[in-house]
Design a protein around this ligand. Structure first.
Ligand SMILES: NC(=O)c1ccc[n+]([C@@H]2O[C@H](COP(=O)([O-])OP(=O)(O)OC[C@H]3O[C@@H](n4cnc5c(N)ncnc54)[C@H](O)[C@@H]3O)[C@@H](O)[C@H]2O)c1
Length: 279
């Protein structure tokens, strides 16, 4: 596995893009990471971890204000980043964004397929539309972003892909979230299949199955545990608390790094001991 190639990030098109204009004031030589759902939660923290490690961070999300705020935070901390609106439900949006990034920077070094939803829907209300929406974002949304980046990664013979699954896909079933558990289990199959097909091209594909992590998703009263439930969950987690987004982000960074150069096809559980400790 080659190390991420050093990229010359010089003078990208900044017309009408003040955020990018600020980020490109200085010429930088950096590997490139693209993160989906990078405006809040785990995606936001992942952007910061990669920026701190010297990557140029391409933050994407449907949440424009939040995504731009992450870029501003990264730049204020001395890093470089740019924001692009990307709905992972759109193949054409994904194709044209990846083409634009590759045109300016060459092959992308790392893709973090993080965007996801976890809507609570009891079985009696689980329509085809609801099932399809979750699969379209949580599973198909990953291949939409990964697929157009592969030819350039293959040509260069290097690349790292990290997909975010869930303990609800690798070990637990989650009541009233059957569609979510199914899609997240699918992510583990996606990681394995891609890893085997892409290994000969120097591209590694791994994933993380987070436990309970303090983000908008978990803190939603409507769809998940809510704040009180999240704190209560700490009582049965061996490490005594739920996780923070940066505790997932740092493992994403590890999986993308040369420290994980002999790892592919794996989904790493990051859950404070929840799965091994609940009898
Ligand atoms: N928080 C947890 O406890 C937990 C546990 C296991 C897995 N996860 C997974 O981690 C990932 C990140 O979740 P989070 O906890 O940070 O939640 P979050 O709700 O804070 O963030 C989810 C992100 O995905 C984005 N997103 C949703 N639909 C999108 C779409 N169609 N196109 C592009 N972006 C879209 C959102 O805008 C948001 O930025 C998700 O895949 C989630 O399922 C979270």
């Amino acid at each position: 596995m080659k190390k991420p190639a050093v990229k010359s990030v010089t003078k990208p098109s900044v017309k009408g893009n003040p955020t990018l204009a600020r980020s490109s004031e200085k010429s930088v030589k950096k590997p490139i990471v693209l993160i989906t759902g990078g405006g809040i939660g785990i995606g936001r923290s992942t952007g910061h971890s990669f920026a701190n490690a010297g990557y140029h961070v391409v933050v994407t999300d449907v949440l424009v204000k939040e995504g731009k705020a992450v870029v501003s935070e990264i730049i204020a901390a001395g890093g470089t980043a740019e924001f692009h609106k990307l709905n992972v439900r759109s193949t054409s949006e994904a194709d044209s964004l990846i083409a634009d990034i590759q045109k300016r920077f060459g092959a992308i070094d790392c893709i973090v397929a993080n965007a996801g939803i976890a809507h609570k829907v009891p079985l009696g209300k689980l329509t085809d539309e609801k099932w399809d929406e979750t699969f379209d974002i949580d599973l198909k949304g990953m291949i939409r972003v990964i697929r157009p980046a592969l030819p350039a990664m293959k040509k260069r013979g290097a690349g790292a892909i990290v997909c975010i699954s869930s303990i609800m896909g690798i070990a637990y079933g989650w009541d009233e979230h059957v569609h979510y558990s199914s899609a997240k289990a699918g992510v583990i199959g996606l990681i394995r299949g891609l890893a085997v097909e892409l290994a000969k091209d120097g591209i590694r594909v791994n994933g993380i199955a987070p436990g309970y992590i303090r983000t908008a998703q978990l803190l939603s009263e409507k769809h998940s545990l809510g704040p009180a439930g999240a704190d209560k969950a700490g009582e049965f987690i061996p490490m005594g608390r739920i996780g923070e987004p940066d505790e997932i982000a740092d493992v994403v960074l590890f999986l993308a790094s040369s420290a994980a150069r002999y790892m592919t096809g794996q989904t790493v559980v990051v859950d404070g001991g929840l799965l091994v400790g609940r009898y």
